[in-house]
Design a protein around this ligand. Structure first.
Ligand code: PMP
Length: 444
């Protein structure tokens, strides 16, 4: 099967990237500012990216790749979307930060609250990690309770008390936790398996009166894509309500991705608090958490729960977010992304069906995962065998050689953007077909 023209195949050796990585390793731990970027799970040298345009990135060696990472889902409109770039240029000419209120933060807050049913108020921070940390603090303040519950395989950023059985980079390294987190800090954290009503009920029967909140990625996307049964999420909503615990949907990935109103819109389930990041910043560093006015008014300066940030509500970042959300809403992007995702699924299904080793294609709208896994799509965190990790590494590098940039870990999901075209999808499927066959020969 031939690769469609228009994507020059990458040269063999990324000379400039190798040189930069060498320099980076001297002055940045592991040469990267976020672990999964280092390619440890797939081997080889990480690529240093020089620029991005629409669905493509170009590395410092001038090699062009079709991008299915899109900054881990932040760039739902693709790279350098003209509306977002103009908003950033216009805003930055007026000053890059004031440390005082600015109009754009009100505009973004109005759009976020209007899009997400459970939100009356929202506060902006600079990352998803901060959003989750702050949501948990306000949940504890509001309930007057200490315990928080998270799920094995769900990732909520790198705050101490949540680095327990997390996904993302931690799944890659197969570590249940992190050094540097005192045991005392996680004493108030409980971990549940996904998709298990009995375990949920048993925990609440035992400790329900002490639980401040349960946090979940309602579509977990940090340990592969673990699509949840709606009934399970409904049970979770009912149990938390019954015991006076808050339910936090971490929609840092799924928010404005699977639907304008995230998983909450798709399921009709209203959490008490929700957290966001990625898309709402249009590619700038933004996070947010929100809920009812009653809960959010516990935050300083109205309430007694402290939370702050020098660059929170930054005018450039807020303007980028407003431009991104406006473009998504104007173009009814979610319908387009669903159609693109469905087309990909149709095209990929026969390719996967003839694979010599098991692969499953798991999708929710524009999020998808190539699960190198035997059996039905998992709903709870699974550990891939060494053989399957090896197969993924082989597929990853074969795809790279065919001009396709995948997340460099078998546990990370892929992202479509509105900039991806049907031709891009065809390129992906053809490249995957060849990569699977090559992997069957090389790895078995
Ligand atoms: N929550 C979820 C669901 C995430 O996927 C992430 C990061 N991918 C975070 C929180 C943390 O966000 P950040 O990396 O912006 O701190």
């Amino acid at each position: 099967m031939s690769i469609p023209k228009g994507n020059p195949l990458p040269a063999e050796s990324p000379t400039q990237s190798i040189a930069l990585f060498e320099r980076a390793r001297q002055v940045i731990p592991g040469g990267v500012n976020s672990p999964v970027r280092a390619f440890r799970a797939v081997g080889g040298n990480p690529l240093f990216i020089a620029r991005g345009q629409n669905a493509h990135i170009t590395d410092v060696d001038g090699r062009r790749f079709l991008d299915f990472v899109t900054s881990w889902g932040a760039l739902i409109l693709g790279h350098a979307h003209p509306d977002v770039v103009s908003a950033i240029v216009d805003a930055s000419q007026l000053g890059t930060t004031f440390g005082a209120p600015c109009p754009a933060e009100v505009e973004l807050a109005e759009r976020v609250t209007a899009s997400y049913g459970a939100l009356e108020q929202v506060r902006f921070v600079s990352s998803g990690t901060e959003a989750v940390m702050s949501a948990i603090r306000v949940a504890r303040a509001f309930t007057g309770r200490d315990l928080i519950v998270k799920y094995a395989g769900c990732y909520h950023g790198h705050a101490d008390h949540l680095l327990v059985s997390a996904g993302s980079g931690l799944a890659t390294f197969n570590k249940p936790s992190s050094a540097g987190v005192p045991a005392a800090f996680v004493e108030c954290t409980r971990v549940l398996p996904l998709d298990d009503e009995q375990a949920l009920q048993a925990l609440f029967d035992k400790e329900g009166a002490r639980i401040a909140a349960v946090i979940i990625e309602p579509t977990p996307a940090n340990h592969g894509l673990l699509l949840q049964r709606k009934e399970y999420l409904e049970k979770l909503r009912a149990v938390t309500k019954q015991h006076g615990a808050l339910l936090i949907f971490d929609e840092v990935i799924s928010g404005f991705r699977v639907a304008r109103g995230g998983v909450s819109e798709l399921t009709g389930i209203r959490p008490d608090l929700a957290t966001f990041g990625k898309i709402i910043g249009g590619g700038m560093p933004v996070g947010a958490f929100g809920g009812s006015r009653q809960i959010m008014s516990r935050l300083a300066p109205e309430g007694d729960t402290y939370q702050a940030g020098t660059l929170s509500g930054n005018p450039v970042a807020m303007s980028a977010g407003v431009a991104a959300l406006d473009a998504l809403i104007r173009d009814d992007a979610w319908a387009k992304l669903e159609a693109l995702g469905a087309a990909l699924e149709r095209m990929v299904t026969p390719v996967i069906a003839k694979s010599a080793f098991p692969i499953r294609f798991v999708r929710s709208g524009s999020l998808f995962w190539l699960a190198l896994h035997d059996g039905p799509a998992p709903r709870a965190a699974i550990t891939l065998s060494e053989k399957n990790s090896e197969r993924f590494a082989s597929i990853f590098h074969a795809m790279l050689a065919r001009g396709v940039y995948l997340p460099p870990s078998a546990y990370e999901v892929c992202f479509l953007s509105t900039a991806h075209t049907t031709a891009d999808i065809e390129h992906f499927v053809n490249a995957l077909d060849e990569s699977i066959q090559l992997t069957a020969q090389r790895v078995g």
